[in-house]
Each structure stands twice: as structure tokens, then as C-alpha cells.
Design a protein around this ligand. Structure first.
Ligand SMILES: CC(=O)[C@@H](O)[C@H](O)COP(=O)(O)O
Ligand SMILES: NCC(=O)COP(=O)(O)O
Length: 245
């Protein structure tokens, strides 16, 4: 399976918000990403709208609609506000993330033993609205099993631990744990996404086995683009994913 890239535009939005006007426009960079071969765009509107805003959902939905086959993935904690925006705007995918409003970034997956039953009807409601669902989970076989119980279409493996291990160079055992979770998820009928702290250096080993459908990447990609340029950075990610290693 080829792994597709969804470009997270949160950090472009962060720069935009620094001056209170639409510069840089996230749609400009979204278009570069889509034209460069990304399968889609991701934003994660947090309750304080520090970077991506709820209004961005509609703007990116319109942009993506101009590119047949491309997708919009909205991530976030399923509070009433975000749920309403998601149901109104109907992105292609809603990735449910268990973040508190004051977290500096996402740093854990769901505890579905605690929250799985509560999420199940919301997942069904999204699916009835034509929205594919994904649950943000740690690389834990039990959580993967619980995710399947919710009826979610996909899981997103939270990859910060892998990224940290990669930097320590002893990442093989942990990578195997992620791969076992991915294989279990697929055996249970779910498709596997992954994201958080993936970058040009650590991506290839993570997608080499071909069991990851989509990676969403933003923070490192934006920093790499400061060095390389945005279009060149997208090109390099697509090259890695097309090579499959
Ligand atoms: C869920 C996840 O790991 C990321 O998609 C998240 O969007 C990162 O959020 P920040 O860009 O606010 O760090
Ligand atoms: N779900 C992960 C994502 O969208 C981007 O995470 P990061 O690359 O900004 O760490």
C-alpha cells in the first residue's frame, strides 16, 4: 500500500495569526501541497484557536473541493463547538483527539476503556453524515482492539514516541510495536493513519512495511520548509512515500 501525505497547516496558521490579517493565507500553502501530490490537508482547531480557526474549515473545504480526489482532515477534541462545525462543514475525515484545551500540543492517545462507549454514538453520527472517522491512539494493542469496538473507520497512531526513539537510534523494537498495532487494526477492519513529529528523516522506516494509509505531518514539515522551501519540502515527502522507504 502506498502511504499518502496529509499536510497539517496549523503552523502556517500560527504565523498568520501573529499579525491578525490573512497573511500568509493557509489556502496558498494548501494549494501548493495539493498540487505537489499531497492527498489532503489537515487542521486542528483548538478551543483557543491559537492557530487553525473554525473558519479555516470552510475555507479549506472549498479549496479541497477544487481538487478531485483530495481530502480535508479536521482533527481535535470532540467538544460541542468542534462537533457542530464538523457536522456543518462535513470534512472528509474527522480525527478525534483527547486533548485538553490548555495542552501545548497533542501528547497522548485516547483511553478507550474509559471513553470508547461515549465516543461510539458520535462516531456513528459522523459516519451517517458522510464523514470518515479516525481515533488518535497510542501504539497499544488493547487500545486498538477497543477502537474497533467503537466502529471507527480508522485509527491514527500517535508517533511522538517513535520519533523520539528514532533520534536515539534504538527505534527498531518500538517500530515493531507500532507495526503490530497497525497490522492488528487492519485485521479488525480499520485503516491506519499516523502522525505527530514525523519528519523527512524518520518517515521512511515507518512506512516501509506498507501498512500505513496516511501520515499527517505539519510541525517538522513547516520547519523543513523554512530551510528548503514549501514546494521542495512537499516534493521530498512525496518522493519518500512513492519510494515506500
Ligand atoms: C493530533 C496531532 O498529533 C497533531 O495533529 C496536532 O494537530 C498537533 O497540534 P499542534 O500543531 O497544535 O502542535
Ligand atoms: N495528526 C498529526 C498531524 O496532523 C501533524 O502532527 P505534527 O507533524 O505537527 O507533529
Amino acid at each position: 500500500m502506498t502511504t499518502h501525505l496529509s499536510v497539517n497547516l496549523n503552523k502556517i496558521a500560527l504565523v498568520r495569526n501573529a499579525r491578525g490579517r490573512n497573511f500568509p493565507a493557509i489556502t496558498e500553502f494548501g494549494e501548493i501541497a495539493l498540487m505537489g501530490g499531497a492527498i489532503g490537508l489537515t487542521i486542528h482547531p483548538r478551543p483557543d484557536q491559537r492557530h487553525a480557526t473554525y473558519h479555516d474549515i470552510a475555507d479549506l473545504k472549498s479549496l479541497v473541493a477544487a481538487f478531485p480526489g483530495k481530502e480535508l482532515n479536521v482533527e481535535g477534541y470532540p467538544d460541542d463547538t468542534l462537533i457542530q462545525h464538523v457536522l456543518d462543514q462535513r470534512p472528509d475525515q474527522f480525527t478525534l483527539v483527547p486533548d485538553d484545551p490548555n495542552q501545548i500540543t497533542s501528547d497522548h492517545g485516547w483511553d478507550l476503556n474509559l471513553h470508547g462507549q461515549r465516543l461510539t454514538p458520535l462516531i456513528a453520527q459522523c459516519q451517517s453524515a458522510g464523514i470518515r472517522t479516525s481515533l488518535f491512539v497510542d501504539p497499544d494493542l488493547e487500545q486498538v482492539r477497543r477502537a474497533a469496538d467503537t466502529g471507527t473507520d480508522r485509527i491514527e497512531l500517535y508517533t511522538e514516541a517513535y520519533a523520539e526513539a528514532f533520534n536515539q537510534q534504538d527505534y527498531a523494537p518500538l517500530l515493531e510495536q507500532y507495526m503490530q498495532c497497525a497490522d492488528l487494526a487492519r485485521s479488525l477492519g480499520m485503516t491506519v493513519n499516523a502522525g505527530h513529529d514525523l519528519d523527512l528523516d524518520n518517515l521512511a522506516p515507518f512506512v516501509a512495511r506498507g501498512n500505513i494509509a496516511e501520515v499527517s505531518i505539519g510541525h517538522a514539515l513547516t520547519v523543513e520548509a523554512l530551510h528548503l522551501g514549501f514546494a521542495e519540502t512537499i516534493k521530498r515527502y512525496i518522493s519518500i512515500l512513492q519510494r515506500g522507504r
